[in-house]
Write a protein that binds this ligand. Structure first.
Ligand code: ZN
Length: 619
């Protein structure tokens, strides 16, 4: 690890001068209502593995940011380390800092409603225990998932028994289509997203001023048991009212915002508005760096506006599933309004500039937020960034192609790299010039140009070290926690090679909740097209009470659900464990075959395996 260069220190000083560091309202809010810290900062799994370790962020106690951390991000880190059980208002409590997200407890007549049970069963159970230690041993009477991301449902089995849900004693409330979207993200690009998530969240980086200093949205992700219990009560429309355990709740559905299935909701008896993850103390992602479909900033802005209209004149406190609440009507509405305008501004100004012919990278570079939005701490790009969000909006409307035919059919990275290095006079010449750029502080250019040398010859250790040093300074300078993690993970892997992927969102519960159609989709994206090109195969599938027909033709596996055909090569009957064995281990012994015994083997023979550890900074 290198130290911060003079150029980086200068940039950090610039940040100190340009932002309103004297405004300490967020620190007051993050501490308000504090009841207790957990007895242990470390949460372990049943196998003794560390699932969560708040103590590892103890280095953030110093008020002054070290030279190796952007002072604005350091401020966010210090806010995120304020953790424990907090009272939002009498009857509503939050445990913060025990996972990436918050878990909220709303007290009802007979027990307590849980909102968003974190990522892991272990952290969720620890949070519930902390709550009960101070608020009494209340049973969980309902669970609400605000949206379909794993940090808002993964720990559900840590707070509720699936038998109580199945018996109808504990309703699980979620926005419509929750289950479909919670699973869909894992099916198509799950492996690649998971690999990139290690770069985004940086779980392999040291927790230190030279390493991981949060993700901006939360400290980091817990690594325990991910669970899922399907919702039993759908919220389908804005204005829907439900009473859970004697507590009335008014819902606002917000599909296509931060998640494809998401909702805000209001507690009229408490004057409390839950903003899910639509409102937070950072600029969020229009396109997350781990990869996803591009989100819609236009609708996001619209729904925040609608929330102000629906609940604004009754809201005394605004809380969410990340970060700390805002108290006071004016103060709470101000946050909604500032974020509404932030996403609206990003959307409208990107389109204005795009319609003048600028491409994404140009717009990102020239884009400026007006002071009323930029100087709002909650609008700073700790998780998303203005730069990559603007490019995402360009992508949403225009796609990857910038319209310049010179960019329509470029050589892929390794081929381009060889040619660049040769044209630039060979690796030694490139590195000599790049070292000068490094001295001048142009780390962006060093990273871009030296990456060509690395891709042309990954054994060039001088090139790898120089690129690593440039990425490191970019990481130290980054205000966004996710940019910092990407840069520092890149530096780590350039120096030490890849180390495997500890982040996963797939689990037995998630697999178990897949429909037959989703399972067949997950098989189809593993078909090696050319190997399967000559196969023609029709199969009937039976899984519990679901059925489908697949056709493998010209290297493509398509399916129709809810039917069977007479002329199939075979009919395959599975139970879920048998199908899991076939998919995960290629073991077909848990399957019954009627018809051609060889037919299923012909399909499984053309399935390819994904690579969970593919290279990113190396060819
Ligand atoms: Zn979240």
């Amino acid at each position: 690890m290198s130290r911060a260069t003079g150029e980086t220190i200068k940039q950090q000083e610039q940040v100190r001068l340009s932002l309103p560091f004297r405004d300490a309202q967020d620190f007051d809010d993050a501490q308000r209502g504090f009841i207790a810290k957990p007895n242990h900062g470390v949460v372990k799994g049943t196998d003794g593995r560390v699932v969560w370790d708040i103590d590892s962020f103890g280095f953030a106690e110093a008020e002054e940011a070290p030279d190796t951390v952007n002072p604005s991000l350091w401020r966010q880190l210090r806010l995120l380390t304020i953790h424990g059980l907090f009272e939002v208002v009498p009857g509503i409590y939050q445990v913060r800092g025990l996972d990436l997200s918050n878990i909220t407890f709303v007290e009802g007549t007979d027990g307590v409603i849980v909102i968003d049970p974190l990522i892991s069963a272990e952290t969720a159970a620890a949070a519930l225990a902390l709550y009960r230690e101070h608020r009494g041993d209340r049973p969980v009477t309902a669970v609400i998932y605000t949206h379909s991301h794993v940090d808002h449902f993964g720990g559900v089995r840590g707070v509720v028994d699936v038998a109580d849900v199945q018996a109808g004693r504990v309703p699980i409330v979620a926005p419509e289509h929750f289950l479909h979207h919670a699973i869909a993200e894992n099916i198509y690009a799950g492996t690649a997203m998971t690999r990139r998530a290690t770069y985004m969240y940086g779980p392999l980086l040291p927790r230190s001023p030279e390493g991981q200093v949060s993700t901006g949205l939360g400290l980091t992700t817990s690594v325990g048991q991910i669970t899922l219990i399907a919702p039993t009560l759908d919220i389908t429309a804005t204005g829907q009212r439900e009473v859970l355990d004697g507590v009335p709740i008014e819902f606002q559905v917000t599909p296509g915002t931060e998640a494809p299935s998401e909702m805000n909701f209001f507690f009229p008896d408490h004057g409390a508005l839950c903003g899910a993850e639509n409102v937070s103390h950072n600029l969020h992602n229009i396109l997350t760096l781990r990869g996803a479909l591009v989100r819609d900033p236009h609708m996001w802005s619209h729904y925040l506006n609608e929330a102000v209209t629906l609940f604004g004149d009754r809201t005394d406190v605004l809380f969410a599933s990340h970060h700390w609440p805002r108290w006071g009507r004016e103060h709470a509405i101000q946050l909604l309004a500032k974020q509404r305008d932030l996403y609206g501004y990003l959307h409208d100004q990107t389109l204005r500039l795009l319609n003048k012919g600028y491409v994404g990278s140009e717009i990102a570079e020239m884009f400026e937020l007006p002071p009323g939005l930029a100087n709002e701490w909650a609008n700073r790009g700790y998780y998303g960034s203005v730069s990559h969000n603007v490019k995402a909006i360009y992508q949403r409307y225009m796609g990857w192609f910038d319209g310049n035919p010179a960019h329509l059919w470029t050589h892929p990275p390794e081929e381009a790299a060889k040619r660049y290095v040769e044209f630039m006079g060979g690796a030694d010449s490139v590195l000599a010039q790049a070292r000068r750029s490094y001295e001048e502080g142009d780390y962006r250019w060093v990273a871009e140009v030296v990456s060509h040398v690395v891709f042309a010859d990954p054994d060039n250790t001088d090139a790898r070290e120089l690129e690593a040093r440039a990425l490191e300074q970019l990481g130290y300078q980054a205000e966004s926690g996710t940019w910092r993690n990407f840069y520092l993970m890149g530096a780590l892997e350039l120096r030490e090679g890849g180390k495997g992927t500890p982040v996963t969102t797939m689990s037995g519960d998630v697999l178990g909740a897949m429909t037959l159609s989703q399972i067949l989709d997950s098989i189809a994206v593993r078909v090696d097209g050319m190997r399967a090109a000559q196969e023609r195969l029709v199969l009937n599938w039976v899984l519990d009470d679901e059925q489908a027909v697949t056709t493998l033709n010209d290297g493509v596996l398509t399916h129709i659900v809810g039917t069977q055909v007479d002329n199939a090569d075979a009919t395959l009957t599975f139970d879920r464990p048998g199908l899991a064995k076939a998919l995960l281990a290629g073991d077909l012994s848990g399957m019954q075959v009627k018809g051609d015994e060889q037919a299923p083997g012909r399909l499984f023979a053309v399935l390819d395996a994904a690579d969970p550890d593919f290279e990113i900074v190396l060819p």
